[in-house]
Each structure stands twice: as structure tokens, then as C-alpha cells.
Design a protein around this ligand. Structure first.
Ligand code: DGY
Length: 431
């Protein structure tokens, strides 16, 4: 890349974060996602830390305004914090109607990447006193969030947390959830999608998917958001291997960061959960696919669908059979661009439809990080090269078509811009 092109991209990427800044929180993109999203906030903060450190820490303070404190949901961090009213998104706060107000939120969570993002931010921060002060405030709240996952979503102490809504996985309409979603009724009530005002329908989830996710949202409210009842009886209950791996890595980073800064957190529940996850991970291994997969708790069987979440096992530091290296290499040979969210040879693969095939740059970053940690640099290099090629084409789209490389979904997208800024600043190689 020429220095001029680099400068252009730097200006564009920083301009996207500044343009998506709503006074201390970053919307993923205007119109389509006009609030603060949970895991998006973590990646946005990584981008901010490369050029505006105070602003990076503010992203987390604003996210934590959405945390539920006290009661059975103590520590819960919602998928969306509805800081300000906006009418370009469905379902907004008037649909979720949770007890939390000022700000109101959804009643489901999202992949808990935060302790890892915070540790990376700490390693990168130049203003260490400011970073340390921020972490003293933020880290105990993140520890409380980890305890929420472990207490409410793993009441049997299996080591594998349960997810009760496809939106909670962040990989919303992944083919991994198709069979489990079949058991969920389609809502019969009227509602109006707003996402199709912003993005072509072929790049978004189907009407059948929306009917079911709306039903599940309403089900949460009908259960009065009682986490014990929902985790026992919800018709959609899966173990998302990506969430298991992300939580596992984040818990290790949380403990390490708390140690380094001597921040008091309650260690035993976290350490016990780490040990249980390590022991339980083999339940998620698919011998026929040669990779880690998700698990359908209602059906009581592994979900034999090849999706990219399984490749986060290295990121988690979970023992990974060497077969998975061959599987990943085969995936990489099958499409011009890496890494598709669903294997392109799978019948459910759709190169343009959201999480059914497209490439997501933040997933590439995490998977590549894990491969480097495990010294599989050849595969990491292939993912990195593809990521850079897609970035250099410009646009900072929400996701990309792994066959054509075309940018898809929302434009001027925060986490895509942020991941580029982070890589550009040398962050891709941080431990
Ligand atoms: C959406 O609306 O598509 C989001 O992914 C839900 O969080």
C-alpha cells in the first residue's frame, strides 16, 4: 500500500469513528444501528485507543451505564443500550420493555469480549495513569458481568454457558441456529422491520428468522425476564462455541489484568469456571467436520454445521485437535477471500447474507490472534493478508462477500474501521 493510500484510509477510519460518535458512545453505523451495541463497543474502543485515549475509556463508561445492578440479573450487560430515542431501528426500547430505564436496554446479552479488549487497550495505552484509573473503575463491573454469565447461564456448572436468543450470539442468522430455531413459534403479531430501509433484503436475515426472534423477545418479557425460568424453559437454548471461547479467553485476561494492577476481584468463581470449560470443551468437538461446533441443548446433540466460531478455540487457549488446522486450510482454499462465516461448501452457505457466509473483520482479528498465539503463523498470515486486501479496497463495510470481495451491509461501519486502526497501529500482534 502506498503511504498516500494509507493516509487516506487512516483519515477515513478515524472519520468514521468520529462521525459515529454520539457523545461518548459509538453507534455501529447510522440508521441501521443507531444505539450502542455491546460487543461493537469493545471493538470501537480498540479503534479509539489508537488515536484518542480518553475517548476510548469513555466508550466503556457509557456501555456500563446499561449494566443491570442488583436482583437475579445482577451484572447483566445488554446487547443494546438505548441511550437516546431513535425511530430508524426495530425493535427499540418500547418493544423490549425491560425494567431497566435511564438508559433502557434489551434483555439479552452479547459475546463478552471486553476483558480481552481492555487488556489490549491497557497494553497499548500511552497514558498509563489515565488507563489505570479507568480500569479500576471498569474492571470490577466486567468481573460482575462474568459472574452473571457463570451464575445465570450455567446454573448446572457445566462449564458451557447457555445462550437463549440468536441475537445474543452476535452471529444472528448463522445456519448453526436453523434447526434449533425451527422449534420456536413464528410470531403472529404485526411488526415493522426497519433494517430493510437501510440494506438490501438479500444481505439481511429472512422474514421467518425475524418472526422467530421477535417471538423470543416477547417470550423473555412474558417470563418477566426471570433468568432461572428462561434458562430452563426457553425453546431456543444452545451452547454457542464462539461465546464459550470468547468468555474463556476474556476470563483469563480479566484475571491477568486484575493481577497486574492489583485490582481486587473475586477469583474462585472465575477460576473454577475456567477449569470446567476446559474439561467440557471436548463435547463441542465434531469429528465428522474436523472442528469445534455449537451444541443444541434442547435437542441434546452437537450442531453439525461448519461455522467460523469453532476457529476461536486457539484464541481461547483451549486444547484443539490438530485436525482443525487441516479443516481451516481447506476452508481457506475454497474461497478467494477469508474467512467466510459459514464454510462455502456447506449447503446453507450464502455469500451475501449477513452471518450465513460473509466475512467479518472483527472475527478475522480474533481468529488470527489465536492462531498466532498457538504458533500457526502460516494460517494467520493467510487470514491477515485477506483482511488487508478487503480493507484496502476501502469503504469499511459491515461485512464482505468471500467470493467477490464486495463490501456489504451497513457502510462506514465502526468496528470495521476500528479493527483496521488497531491493526495499522500494530495491535494485531498484541498477545
Ligand atoms: C440486528 O438488529 O440485526 C442486530 O444484529 C440485533 O442485535
Amino acid at each position: 500500500m502506498t503511504p498516500e493510500r494509507r493516509d487516506d484510509l487512516l483519515r477515513d477510519a478515524q472519520g468514521i469513528l468520529r462521525g459515529n460518535d454520539h457523545g461518548g458512545y459509538t453507534v455501529p453505523t447510522h440508521g441501521l444501528y443507531p444505539y450502542q451495541w455491546n460487543w461493537d463497543a469493545g471493538f470501537s474502543a480498540l479503534g479509539w485507543i489508537t488515536f484518542d485515549e480518553p475517548r476510548a475509556w469513555t466508550e466503556y463508561r457509557r456501555l456500563l451505564e446499561g449494566q443491570w445492578i442488583g436482583g437475579p440479573q445482577d451484572g447483566f450487560l445488554p446487547s443494546i443500550v438505548f441511550h437516546e430515542p431513535c425511530d430508524t431501528y426495530f425493535p427499540g426500547p418500547e418493544e423490549w420493555r425491560t425494567p431497566k430505564t435511564a438508559p433502557s436496554t434489551t434483555s439479552i446479552s452479547q459475546p463478552p469480549v471486553h476483558a480481552t479488549m481492555l487488556r489490549w487497550m491497557w497494553q497499548r495505552a500511552r497514558d498509563k495513569p489515565r488507563a489505570e484509573a479507568a480500569l479500576r473503575e471498569i474492571l470490577p463491573a466486567i468481573a460482575r458481568h462474568h459472574r452473571w454469565w457463570m451464575r445465570t447461564r450455567d446454573p448446572q456448572a457445566s462449564g458451557l454457558v447457555t445462550v437463549i436468543h440468536p441475537w445474543e450470539t452476535g452471529r444472528d442468522n448463522s445456519p448453526a441456529w436453523d434447526a434449533a430455531l425451527e422449534r420456536v413459534p413464528r410470531t403472529t403479531r404485526a411488526y415493522a422491520r426497519r433494517d430493510l430501509d437501510h440494506v438490501a433484503s438479500g444481505e439481511r436475515p429472512t422474514p421467518a428468522f425475524y418472526d422467530r426472534v421477535v417471538w423470543l423477545m416477547d417470550y423473555n418479557r412474558a417470563c418477566a425476564f426471570d433468568p432461572g425460568l428462561i434458562v430452563r424453559e426457553c425453546p431456543f437454548r444452545v451452547v454457542d462455541c464462539a461465546i464459550v471461547f470468547i468468555l474463556h479467553r476474556a476470563t483469563q485476561d480479566l484475571l491477568a489484568l486484575a493481577d497486574e494492577l492489583a485490582i481486587p476481584i473475586e477469583r474462585p468463581p472465575l477460576e473454577d469456571h475456567l477449569a470446567r470449560t476446559e474439561a467440557a470443551a471436548p463435547r463441542l468437538w465434531s469429528r465428522s467436520l474436523g472442528q469445534y461446533v455449537d451444541f443444541d441443548l434442547v435437542g441434546g446433540a452437537p450442531i453439525e454445521r461448519p461455522t467460523s466460531g469453532g476457529f476461536l478455540s486457539w484464541y481461547a487457549g483451549i486444547r484443539t485437535p490438530t485436525d482443525q488446522l487441516g479443516t481451516l486450510a481447506a476452508w481457506l482454499d475454497e474461497t478467494p477471500f477469508a474467512l467466510p462465516s459459514t464454510r462455502s461448501s456447506d449447503a446453507a452457505f450464502e455469500p451475501k447474507r449477513y452471518w450465513r457466509g460473509p466475512i467479518w473483520q472483527h472475527m478475522n482479528l480474533l481468529i488470527e490472534n489465536g492462531l498466532r498465539k498457538a504458533h500457526h503463523d502460516d494460517l494467520a498470515d493467510r487470514i491477515e493478508a485477506s483482511s488487508r486486501e478487503l480493507f484496502e479496497a476501502g469503504g469499511f463495510h459491515e461485512y464482505h462477500d468471500p467470493i467477490s470481495g464486495a463490501g456489504l451491509g451497513g457502510r462506514a461501519f465502526s468496528w470495521t474501521a476500528a479493527v483496521w486502526l488497531w491493526r495499522q497501529a500494530g495491535g494485531g500482534s498484541v498477545g
